[in-house]
Design a protein around this ligand. Sequence first.
Ligand code: OXD
Ligand code: MN
Length: 567
Amino acid sequence: MKNLAPAIFPPKGIGDAKPGNKAVLDWVHEIATLTQPENIFWCDGSERENEFLIAESLRQNVLIELNQKKVPRSYLHRSNPNDVARVEQFTFVCTPTKQEAGPTNNWSDPTETYAKLRGLLAGAMRGRTMFVIPYMMGPEDSPLTKVGFEITDHSLLDVNPERRFICHFPQDNTIISVGSGYGGNVLLSKKCLALRIGSYLACKQGWMAEHMLILGVESPEGRKHYVAAAFPSACGKTNFAMLIPPAHFKGWKVTTVGDDIGWMRIRDGRLYAVNPENGYFGVVPGTSFKSNPNAMRSIAHDTIYTNVALTDDGDAWWEGKDGEPPAHAIDWRGNDWAPQSNEKAAHPNSRFTTPMRNNPALDPDVEKGEGVPISAIIFGGRRSDTVPLVYQAFDWDHGVYLGATMASETTAAATGAVGRVRRDPMAMLPFCGYNIGDYFQHWLDIGKRLTNPPLIFNVNWFRKGADGKFLWPGFGENMRVLKWIIDRSEGSGGALKSPIGWLPSPHDLDLAELDIDHNAVDELLGLDHEEWQKEIAAHKEFFDSLGGVVPEELQKQREQLAAGFEL
Ligand code: OXD
Ligand code: MN
């Protein structure tokens, strides 16, 4: 196999932050004996180290320097074209029994899997540098915060997609990932620890690890609420978390706590959330000053772009960026590109990686160890039909049902077909690290312990009219929906009882100064009985497919929903 990233040799004072902890040293020694690296680089996260690693990456062509006047301290990385998304088919939960992993995870036996991975790792770092990266997920003083160590190499192998394994051993707090360099597969702190191992620990310890953004919303009078929202990958969590209210909402302010992961615990009968991450790993295509000005400001400097196009003047470019496309660029694969090309210039799952301190709308309490109190939880997916713009669950258990039956059209964030409706409970289908039936029960159990539970809502920004066009403008205008959610959380805000939950009527939403047709609003908020008959049948089919693990309470919720439509 070609070694595309030979060992690096740092000067004294860089790469030698060896910790004193004997357990860590023993473990690193064990892995080094197995993988046989040329040398070990002990990371400390310092600026000097960062500068050295960037210089080395530029020298080895792992990074390409962007135009430093246009995007200071920003770089482009091009992945191997077969390594550009999460690989759910190669992701395994290796609990002692298959039943613990449940019907939605690939399971493999821990003893056999350790043995197989050890075989793959034997000598795998020969000729290269092994990096030991300590990390902390969560604010320094949060009781939920976790400390981890990631051992990795800097390999740019000719990756073989058939030898790719993302394996979780929740009983050992261990993750082993082989054969991929894609963020969601290889930044083990993110999806693997913060969600898969996190959700397993959360169930055992009575807290929640969720695929949720967290935002703050403050009224002109200074009343502040925090809202958590679970949308599947590439469905606009980052955009919603960075929303800028339209001019009509003068004095309203939205701030970001997190854009992808929320860890929540019960305190004084309420849910409090922290964001375990320190930055954003967002989808680039479609990001513009129209869709997300705060993201554009965040990625204007100190950003690593992966798989976007490179313009002739050294800038990053992607489909959906403001302005005209460049007359010529180098596409994400490194080939010449022009607007008339058949190929996309940027990969649909091309990403930015940027620290959260770059976000001009960062919430001041983002580092608060106790977390922020959550007033509302929102579920949402990408649905062309059936699901109204917004509605509210009758109570917590009904809200759990909304989350459990959530569905979305698939996106480029994972390999496989795009645009197929799949059930994605709480947006956790790819990330729940244990039996989904136990996960649903955990949600129900949490509800019993909350004396002041958040209200639960469902949203759908993506409903289309008969002409195939989106009915709702989305982006900043989602503030109108958020405002209704806040009104409901404060006990005001009108709604009508419907079989699926509390639905706003058009005059309950503040639609002033919005150029939208009345019929479109009616369609957005309407329930089509035939579509819902199909939807309820799909809920049953989904529950049946899980083979008897769904809690009785959720089955009862489904029967009540079905009965509501028969009246
Ligand atoms: C992500 C994902 O990258 O959900 O956040 O795939
Ligand atoms: Mn995500």
